[in-house]
Design a protein around this ligand. Structure first.
Ligand SMILES: [Zn+2]
Length: 67
């Protein structure tokens, strides 16, 4: 199940919620009980789709360049 990050505009708390993708747009309540929250970038979408490999070298080792 994807993890979605939200930030509360009342207490500025950032929190994460595990919920189905179909409910990603649904309102989330912060741990303090505030309903005025905004959805942040999805952490799941960022991992694995960030483009360049995190490791060094020209290709992260995929081309055999010994980096
Ligand atoms: Zn709050």
């Amino acid at each position: 199940m994807p993890t979605y990050a939200y930030r509360c505009r009342e207490c500025t708390e950032t929190f994460e919620v595990n919920r189905p993708m179909s409910e990603s747009a649904a309102p989330a309540t912060c741990p303090e009980g505030h309903a005025d929250t905004v959805k942040l970038l999805t952490t799941v979408a960022l991992t694995g789709a960030a483009g360049a490999p995190a490791t060094g070298g020209c290709c992260g080792g995929a081309c055999g360049c010994a980096n």
